[in-house]
Design a protein around this ligand. Structure first.
Ligand SMILES: [Zn+2]
Length: 66
């Protein structure tokens, strides 16, 4: 799938690992080493769908199957 930044529209990106804080309800979770694409133009971080799903599954535990 081709990258396109949803902020600035750039198609240039760098793949890297980032640390991000996710908020679920009133709790905050620090997740390290998330594979992400970072816009080469504006620095916006874009997570793959797989990465996002993995993080959600991890944070919610054996919760709801999607
Ligand atoms: Zn951008």
């Amino acid at each position: 799938m081709m990258f396109q930044c949803h902020v600035c529209g750039s198609k240039e990106s760098n793949t890297t690992y980032v640390t991000e804080v996710f908020r679920i309800g009133d709790k905050f979770y620090l997740v390290e080493n998330i594979l992400a694409k970072v816009c080469a133009n504006c620095g916006e971080e874009v997570f793959s769908r797989e990465a996002t799903e993995n993080i959600r599954a991890m944070l919610y535990g054996e919760g709801e199957p999607s």
